[in-house]
Design a protein around this ligand. Structure first.
Ligand SMILES: [Zn+2]
Length: 340
């Protein structure tokens, strides 16, 4: 991801008296109020970064907006690029090269692929640019997602805009409605798709997964350090509760296992009676994976519920997982005890 410094530098020639005061503090004459007609040396416009999200403020006209909105006012096309840079390190254009080297014929897609994805991204707003009390922010806070992640989660406001990417999914049976959108990348940072979650509990179509390429998605490669301990969970919301965590977006962890991570702990949902997942458990145990085995007394079905139900405090989550992780023969014994 390119950071905001580069984008601010790109518009700085249009900001009178622009200068970087420190790494996260830029100062210039406010472009909105003129700042001022009488004294051209006044510099009361600021872009400041407090560690959460960069923002613009003017001490003269008191305009206070996110850096994204500021950029949008100065240069909408650059704002689009800024928005896109938050999705992934590499926009999907660069995908064509990768695809050509692998399966030349099959992988070729119609040439308007880029436009569809760009149109779709144009419909979204990054969560950190939404008002403090916006329902999407509220929804994410209720799911225990820290605001530091809000620069890479999006809000898709209108009905059926997902139709722009319909061919990546097929026909929708239910109403799509407004959605929270999580962009996914592959290990090299290339955009691979979007996981779109409804905020409406009445909507049966909870998740819509848009795959740009015909490959299953994994969430969480952004900022992942594979040389450290990596956690792997099933659900996207659970992945925000642990550091350095991937979400398999299904109960099959084979794609994550194939990454060859040295220190990996797999955390499945707490479904001891589910017959369907038993073979998957068995396979992971046979492969010698390090697995978290749920203590008997925990009733919540996943990590999110544990936090919401007050069974595990958010701050104690990593410790809880580490304490209950086993491999080898011990994991098999604990597993047998858990599922009966
Ligand atoms: Zn001003």
């Amino acid at each position: 991801m390119r950071d905001y410094h580069q984008f601010l530098d790109q518009v700085s020639h249009r900001l009178r008296n622009f200068k970087w005061v420190s790494r996260n503090h830029a100062n210039f004459s406010c472009p909105f109020c003129g700042d001022s007609r009488k004294d051209r040396s006044k510099t009361r416009g600021y872009v400041l970064y407090d560690g959460n999200s960069p923002a613009f403020y003017c001490h003269n006209c008191h305009e206070a907006i996110s850096f994204g909105s500021f950029l949008n006012k100065l240069d909408p096309s650059l704002y689009h690029e800024y928005n896109f840079s938050k999705l992934s390190d590499k926009p999907p254009e660069s995908f064509s090269d990768i695809k050509h080297t692998k399966k030349p014929k099959k992988a070729l897609k119609p040439t308007n692929e880029k436009t569809d994805v760009h149109k779709f991204v144009d419909e979204m707003t990054v969560i950190e640019d939404l008002d403090r009390n916006h329902q999407a922010r509220e929804y994410l806070r209720n799911r225990n997602i820290h605001e530091k992640y809000f620069d890479n989660i999006f809000y898709l406001p209108e009905e059926n805009k997902i139709g722009l990417l319909e061919r990546y999914h097929g026909k929708f049976k239910g109403k799509t409605g407004s959605r929270i959108v999580f962009p996914t990348t592959d290990i090299s940072g290339c955009l691979t798709g979007f996981v779109c979650r409804t905020m409406n509990p009445e909507n049966d179509l909870r998740y819509i997964t848009l795959k740009i390429f015909d490959k299953d998605l994994v969430y969480g490669f952004r900022g992942l350090d594979m040389t450290k301990r990596v956690y792997a969970v099933e659900g996207i919301f659970d992945s925000f509760l642990l550091p350095n965590c991937l979400a398999s977006l299904s109960s099959d962890f084979s794609r994550i296992k194939a990454l060859g991570i040295k220190d990996l702990i797999i955390i499945r949902d707490n479904e001891p009676r589910s017959k369907i997942i038993q073979p998957l458990w068995q396979r992971d145990l046979d492969d010698g994976c390090r697995m978290m085995i749920w203590p008997k007394e925990i009733e919540s079905k996943d990590l999110q519920d544990c936090v919401s139900d007050g069974e595990i405090p958010l701050r104690g989550m990593e410790d809880f997982v580490n304490r209950n992780a086993y491999d080898g023969f011990e994991a098999k014994l604990k597993y047998e005890a858990w599922r009966v």
